[in-house]
Each structure stands twice: as structure tokens, then as C-alpha cells.
Design a protein around this ligand. Structure first.
Ligand code: TQI
Ligand code: ZN
Ligand code: ZN
Length: 168
């Protein structure tokens, strides 16, 4: 079953059209940016929320950045595997990914690297947190707290949809 953060924070109804931006220093390719766009679209499809990319990182509601190790928010990344990414509850908007991971942008099952992590799967999960979902006890749910390495899991499950539709 889905959960929320304590006190059930959400983006307010006056702010359903959200923008997202990428840390310019990361210089992400269009292919990588497209993976995030797909992940946002999955949540937009089941809520009144919209997500639009902006070139103004400082103005973006959701700020996406790859960092390695300590990046000054009290939650340092830990190298390959372990913590993959973290996102803060509404309306913080920070979405950080561990730059040390072997991120896969197409088919993680085809990767020969045993530590391959599917970027879209992690993005869909973290966006759930950014919107106010905690973890689910249903193994099929996107918000379930573990994923097998080399797996792609990007489809929202009925439990994810019920949870997010209670919030929005
Ligand atoms: N990062 C944890 C996560 O996103 C960070 C975390 C732990 C967290 N407890 C939280 C974030 C409570 C918000 C609220 O769950 S992680 C997975 C999964 C991680 C794990 O790097 O361990 C995914 C990130 F589910 F696959 F294990 C993304 Cl998809
Ligand atoms: Zn961080
Ligand atoms: Zn999580």
C-alpha cells in the first residue's frame, strides 16, 4: 500500500504546472533529458499536473542534478550502488542522482555491467517522492523501496495511481 510523507505535503493546487531544469554543469545529452521527460509524462498522465522543461535552472520548481560524494545537503552519495538518488518532499523540488552509478538509458537488461542502473526506473520513483509519495509495500509498485539491479520498472501500478490521485 502507498504512503505519504508526514503531514502529507503536496504541491498546492495553485501550482500544478511545474517546471524542471537540469544543472547546467552536468551538460546532459538530449537522450538523457528525454528519459526524464518520459518519466514525468507517466505521472502527468494520471494527474492534473504538467511538467515543462526550463532552461532557467535557478527558477525551476524541480531541480535535477547529478553529483558525486558530498554535495552539501547532508546526504552524501556513496559511489557505485547503495544510494542511487534522492529527492525531497514537496515543495522542495531537489532531485539528485549519484553521478558514480553506471546509469543505463536504454535497456538495462542488455548491459553487461552488473551494477547497471536503469535511469528511467529511478526517475519515475524519485518523481513520486517529489510529488509527495512515500514508499509502498506492494512489490509491483513503482514506489516499492527496492529494485533488482539491471531491471527496468517504469509502469505505474494501480497502487501508485491511487496514492497520487488522493494527493492531486
Ligand atoms: N534512494 C532512496 C529512495 O529514493 C532514498 C530514500 C530512502 C528516500 N528513504 C526515503 C527518499 C524516503 C524519499 C523518502 O528510496 S535509493 C530505489 C529503489 C533509491 C532506491 O537510491 O535507495 C529507487 C532510488 F526503489 F529501486 F530501490 C530509486 Cl527506484
Ligand atoms: Zn543531494
Ligand atoms: Zn524511494
Amino acid at each position: 500500500h502507498y504512503t505519504f510523507f508526514p503531514h502529507q505535503p503536496t504541491w498546492p493546487s495553485s501550482r500544478l504546472d511545474l517546471t524542471y531544469g537540469f544543472l547546467p554543469d552536468n551538460q546532459l545529452s538530449d537522450t538523457v533529458k528525454a528519459v526524464f521527460a518520459k518519466a514525468f509524462a507517466r505521472w502527468a498522465a494520471v494527474t492534473p499536473l504538467t511538467f515543462t522543461m526550463t532552461d532557467s535552472y535557478s527558477m525551476a520548481d524541480i531541480k535535477i542534478a547529478f553529483y558525486t560524494g558530498d554535495h552539501s545537503d547532508g546526504e552524501p552519495f556513496d559511489g557505485v550502488l547503495g544510494t542511487l538518488a534522492h529527492a525531497f518532499s514537496p515543495t522542495d523540488g531537489r532531485f539528485h542522482l549519484d553521478g558514480a552509478e553506471n546509469w543505463v538509458v536504454d535497456d538495462a537488461s542488455k548491459s553487461s555491467i552488473s551494477s547497471a542502473v536503469d535511469l528511467e526506473s529511478v526517475a519515475v520513483h524519485e518523481i513520486g517522492h517529489l510529488l509527495g509519495l512515500g514508499h509502498s509495500s506492494y512489490g509491483d509498485a513503482i514506489m516499492y523501496p527496492t529494485i533488482s539491479s539491471g531491471t527496468k520498472k517504469v509502469e505505474l501500478w494501480s497502487d501508485d495511481i491511487e496514492g497520487i490521485q488522493l494527493l492531486y
